[in-house]
Design a protein around this ligand. Structure first.
Ligand code: AHR
Length: 498
């Protein structure tokens, strides 16, 4: 099978945004406790943060981390997580049926974020709380001093304000599983009022309104229209969340999941434009794709864990990812990059232990899932401008999306260097790709993630026998690059353009 791809700097979509490479730390399962934080771990630093996990977060090239939830935030009292740790209350977390010890809160997260070199993105509770608490936490985080909350932060050891820019106005407020979930009219009002007050405290904040919790929600579209009609002037982005997994429809259908993300972004973008046109405004609003990933275990939010036991940091949502899952993750990143004009920020959900690219055993090793690799390499090598890549090759007949290209690709173009990210989504067939490029390009590196057993999964014992390996078929002749892409594979080719 053969395909032709065309890369041309004229096909510019927009800038590569560092915020595309965000992640997510929720107080859920072992993401925080025995994930990023485990004071008794041999690698822990003086603040209790696992050094081995921090190293992997840096290696992964994570730009932004959303915190502290997720469903957790809709029952969270942020004040529980500040001040002397021994005075902090233990609370029932209804979202995940766990006991929250509050040993990690806002100040600890900010300290961790600084060590990890990431930008914090905070979510406020607009489920069971409201405008006042939103004002309080912005004051605590961003006001230099003089007011009560700002002085409390200083007394808690942070003399300088955190100056958190991005704030999520609640989480999945359309979901009936959510504490305090709302109608779009109710949510539009409270989001607008919270946003107005937060901006009065810090005019530099960038605010994200909740969009639908998935494209399959019955209210999808209407929710966005109503919320934006109310909140347009006060917000900068609207969120989108999407999780994919192999269903009864089978592997081939799963492999083209990014087609759903493409449509999701296009539809939310169209709603933004419709609302903007109706309001006769030139103000642009972006999409914050602040939860996306492959997710299999315990994934029905209407059936949370239950019973008399309220454990601290139970093992929840500890998915173990295959090579096929990693190819889908790589494809989702291609989709996000391709929509850089619409998607201004994105967060893979989540970072450690919970549907995560990084796993960490209590007292034991931290290791990389298969999904770590496409994320780390795309983050490290996408720079400059995003270029749309035209693909003309074999197609797959999808029951959901009709006829779609087996290959999907995006390129980035910077001064003197370029990168091509391409997936072969065909379940059985290799594809020989012939890529037309501007003259003068030479190959720096060509690597592929593939395994004859697409179900291969990494483990604490072996996270490296399958990874990304050099693709020896890549060659360049004049303005044409040729490369063979095995079935179910993700490939990155970096180029020198001079
Ligand atoms: O990421 C896991 C959960 O998925 C989050 O808590 C919630 O926002 C979403 O439903």
């Amino acid at each position: 099978m053969q395909a032709k791809l065309t890369i041309d700097p004229a096909f510019r979509v927009g800038p590569v945004r560092r915020r595309t490479f965000g992640s997510f730390v929720e107080h859920l399962g072992r993401c925080v406790y025995t994930g990023i934080y485990e004071p008794s771990h041999p690698s822990a630093d003086e603040q209790g943060f696992r050094g081995d996990v921090l190293d992997l977060v840096r290696e992964m090239g994570v730009s932004t981390v959303r915190y502290p939830g997720g469903n957790f935030v809709s029952g969270y009292r942020w004040e529980d997580g500040i001040g002397p740790v021994e005075d902090r209350p233990k609370r029932l977390d209804l979202a995940w049926h766990s006991l929250e010890p509050n040993e990690v809160g806002t100040d600890e997260f900010m300290a961790w974020a600084k060590k990890a070199g990431i930008e914090p993105m905070m979510a406020i509770n607009l489920g069971t709380r409201g405008v006042l608490e939103a004002m309080d936490i912005v004051e605590y985080c961003n006001v230099p001093g003089g007011s009560d909350w700002a002085e409390q932060r200083r007394a808690n050891g942070a003399d300088e304000p955190y100056r958190v820019k991005m704030w999520c106005l609640g989480n999945e407020m359309d979901g009936p599983w959510q504490m305090g979930h709302k109608t779009p009219e109710e949510y539009g009002r409270i989001a607008t009022e919270a946003a107005r007050a937060m901006r009065m405290i810090d005019p530099d904040v960038e605010l994200v309104a909740c969009g639908s919790s998935s494209r399959s929600m019955p209210t999808f579209g209407e929710w966005e229209r109503i919320v934006l009609t109310e909140a347009y002037d006060q917000v900068d982005m609207i969120s989108a969340h999407a999780y994919y997994w192999e269903k009864e429809s089978g592997l081939q259908e799963f492999l083209v999941s990014a087609e759903d993300m493409d449509r999701f972004i296009d539809q939310v973008g169209a709603t933004i434009d419709t609302v903007a046109a109706a309001r006769k405004t030139d103000k642009r609003i972006g999409i914050s794709f602040d939860e996306w990933n492959v997710w299999y275990l315990d994934r029905d939010p209407s059936k949370p864990p239950s019973g008399d036991d309220w454990p601290v940091a139970p093992r929840l949502l500890e998915d173990n990812y295959s090579v096929a899952d990693a190819v889908v993750v790589g494809n989702l990143l291609i989709s996000l990059l391709r929509h850089t004009d619409r998607v201004w920020s994105a967060n893979q959900a989540q970072l450690v232990n919970v549907i995560a690219p990084i796993m960490a055993e209590p007292g034991g090793p931290a290791w990389k899932q298969t999904t770590f690799h496409p994320f780390a390499l795309t983050s490290a090598n996408a720079s400059g401008e995003v270029l749309r890549v035209i693909v003309d090759g074999p197609t797959i007949e999808s029951t959901q999306f009709g006829s779609v290209q087996a290959l999907d690709a995006v390129a980035t173009w910077a001064d003197g260097e370029a990168s091509v990210f391409v997936v072969n989504r065909h379940a059985d067939e290799a594809v020989d790709a012939s890529i037309t490029l501007p003259a003068g390009c030479s190959i720096k590196e060509a690597v592929t993630l593939h395994h004859d057993d697409h179900n291969w999964k990494a483990s604490a014992e072996d996270d490296s026998s399958v990874g990304v390996t050099p693709n020896g078929t890549a060659a360049i002749d004049g303005g044409t690059l040729t490369v063979t892409l095995p079935p179910i594979s993700w490939t990155m080719i970096t180029l020198s353009t001079q």
